[in-house]
Design a protein. Structure first.
Length: 374
């Protein structure tokens, strides 16, 4: 090879392979000889032989990707470059010669997925108007996740997990026909909140209150601070009557909601206040049997909310519901207070029979005496 006699090199490598058929390095060297001779087919055969010996052979994948790319075999090149990139991600540090090769691979994959995403989005756009809200959101998530543009998040419940419920990030408004009724009360609810904040007394408290002795967690920065404050109207199924008495319009609006009533557990409803330049870290909730509803009341510019792979801006007076057992976070990057009314209702995917089952489950746990208090 060094003398420039690739044909002789190919013969010698073939002879060496006959004596050591499990050497991936010899197969790669043979592939290099065939490349020098311009024999694409034999080069690819030798590279496939090297990979048959070890699927983790990074250089074999790189050479295979290069050859398919030159031949215009886009799908095969994409598969090979993707394999090479996955293996290269395990190297730390990446040797400089490999870094250059893998950078080319990343650029190829990015261009390929850009092209595929544009084509898929065009095909999707042709039918999007005929789809329901659920179908459109799932379709968009499918296309984006298939092409590596978003992660699909799973339920992570710290408490009760009900199996086989759809892992919706945001629930469709169609599940909550009463949204319009509570949205119509936004001004009255906001006025009651402002009056409450003018003289909160004992009603306003830190949302995060960690038990003594708790080690450092993601919540330590908010522990016992009013950076994220809450005024509870209901908490674990118990009414906070002094606050309800001061907020009659809010109390009436909540009473009209077909929410969950689980003794000692639900509902919970509270005004959530996020001070300027405060972030609630990514986290997951307790149970997927509920949906969490936000009714935004005071939302300055610079506030945002993410559930799983979807980020939304709050709009004052426009409610939405989400599954809080899917990773979510919130932020207020403005110079003003952000305030939202938050309450829980049944997960809309649970049937009436399943809701009754859950009530009976908790009741039996309470009767047993072993139920863990909230």
């Amino acid at each position: 090879m060094q003398a420039g006699d690739a044909a002789a090199a190919a013969r010698h490598f073939a002879a060496a392979i006959s004596g050591d058929p499990q050497s991936g390095a010899l197969q790669r060297n043979l592939a290099s000889a065939w490349r020098a001779l311009g024999d694409d087919a034999r080069e690819l055969t030798a590279l496939d032989a090297a990979l048959a010996i070890d699927r983790r052979d990074l250089m074999a994948w790189i050479r295979k990707a290069e050859r398919h790319e030159v031949r215009g075999e886009k799908g095969a090149a994409l598969a090979a470059w993707s394999a090479a990139i996955a293996l290269g991600a395990q190297l730390s540090p990446v040797p400089p010669p490999l870094e250059v090769l893998l950078a080319h691979g990343h650029a190829f994959v990015a261009a390929a997925t850009d092209t595929m995403f544009a084509a898929a989005s065009g095909a999707f756009g042709a039918i999007r108007g005929d789809l329901s809200e659920t179908e459109a959101r799932r379709g968009e998530a499918f296309i984006a996740s298939s092409l590596g543009r978003r992660r699909i998040y799973r339920n992570e419940c710290a408490g009760v997990y009900y199996p086989f419920l759809p892992a919706d990030e945001f629930f469709d408004r169609g599940h909550f026909p009463w949204f319009a009724e509570i949205e119509a009360q936004t001004d009255a609810i906001r006025a009651e909140l402002r009056a409450l904040l003018d003289d909160p007394g004992e009603a306003l408290r830190p949302y995060v209150k960690m038990d003594a002795g708790t080690p450092e967690t993601i919540w330590s920065g908010l522990d016992n601070k009013l950076d994220w404050g809450a005024c509870f109207l209901w908490e674990f199924g118990e009414a906070n009557q002094p606050v309800l008495d001061r907020c009659p319009a809010t109390a009436a609006a909540l009473a009209a909601i077909p929410g969950a009533r689980i003794p000692g557990r639900a509902p919970s409803a509270f005004f959530s206040m996020l001070k300027p330049h405060t972030r609630i870290p990514p986290h997951t909730g307790v149970t997927n049997t509920r949906a969490i509803v936000h009714l935004p009341l005071i939302v300055p510019p610079g506030c945002g909310f993410r559930v799983g792979g979807e980020t939304r801006a709050w709009e004052e007076g426009k409610a939405f519901a989400f599954d809080d057992t899917i990773e979510h976070e919130a932020w207020n990057d403005s110079d003003e207070l952000r305030a939202v009314l938050i309450f829980d209702v049944w997960n809309p995917h649970m049937t009436a029979g399943e809701r009754d089952l859950l009530l009976r489950y908790f009741a039996s746990a309470d009767v047993s005496g072993y139920a863990v208090p909230c």
